[in-house]
Design a protein around this ligand. Structure first.
Ligand SMILES: C[S@@+](CC[C@H](N)C(=O)[O-])C[C@H]1O[C@@H](n2cnc3c(N)ncnc32)[C@H](O)[C@@H]1O
Length: 223
């Protein structure tokens, strides 16, 4: 089992299991989840208000490209929320990992996994203070979560030849929702710049595109 490694303080690296999800310590021996800000509390409340369900709603981007998802190896869903995408990847035959700050979100994931007899390893962690093992994952999925400081770590987590799926809101989204924090939207060209040199299989990251989210699907070069 590959436990993602903390970025800041390896001395306190450990995982424990409680309520069937693993909490990852990041620094000074405190559960990263306890150190998280109100953002995570907000997500916990949101997921608490949702009834546990057995319905699986993978993102359309993964469904559209499912022919690429041939299984085998490890898949990582970063900021997985209720884990529908991690569950879908488990269904496609991957050894699947879900990481999120919300323990409640991951409990939804565990519930669905039990009912559907799928295996997803769930980790609660603060992604502001977190890292992943390098060159390990055959598939990395990062949907509707933007943390620019994490990008080098995300790139490094994909194994050579492995796939990356990224999608989140872009500047066009602010036109319909001006109250949305502008630091959480992509600039046009940003995804293409981050994955420069990586063969791209599908993107809508082009100037003048009116879509409100930008996606990028491609793979890490073999060497
Ligand atoms: C919009 S949801 C996206 C969930 C999922 N990727 C999807 O597309 O359905 C954003 C997720 O990011 C998580 N998140 C936000 N800030 C985080 C942080 N600092 N550390 C870990 N998770 C965080 C939230 O708990 C939430 O589940």
């Amino acid at each position: 089992m590959v436990a993602p490694a903390p970025r800041y303080n390896n001395r306190f690296a450990s995982t424990v299991t409680a309520n069937e999800v693993s909490y990852v310590t990041t620094c000074h021996g405190k559960w990263s989840f306890l150190a998280m800000r109100s953002e995570i509390e907000r997500w916990n409340e949101k997921y608490e208000s949702k009834a546990l369900s057995q319905t699986l709603n993978p993102d359309p981007l993964l469904i559209q490209h499912q022919v690429l998802l041939t299984g085998g190896g490890r898949a990582l869903d970063i900021a997985s929320g209720t884990g529908d995408n991690a569950l879908f990847l488990a269904q496609r035959g991957y050894d699947s990992y879900a990481v999120d700050g919300s323990v409640v979100g991951l409990q939804h994931c565990r519930h669905k996994a039990r009912i559907r007899q799928l295996r997803v390893q769930c980790f609660v962690a603060d992604l502001d203070r977190y890292s992943f093992p390098e060159s390990v994952f055959s598939v990395v999925v990062l949907l509707r979560y933007l943390n620019r400081a994490l990008m080098p770590v995300v790139r490094a987590a994909v194994r050579p030849g492995g796939l990356l799926f990224f999608k989140t809101f872009n500047r066009n989204f602010l036109l319909s929702k001006p109250s949305f924090p502008s630091e959480y939207v992509l600039d046009h060209g940003e995804l293409s710049a981050w994955f420069k040199g990586w063969p791209c299989l599908d993107t809508n990251d082009s100037p003048g595109n009116p879509d409100t989210s930008t996606h990028w699907v491609g793979h890490r070069p073999d060497n």
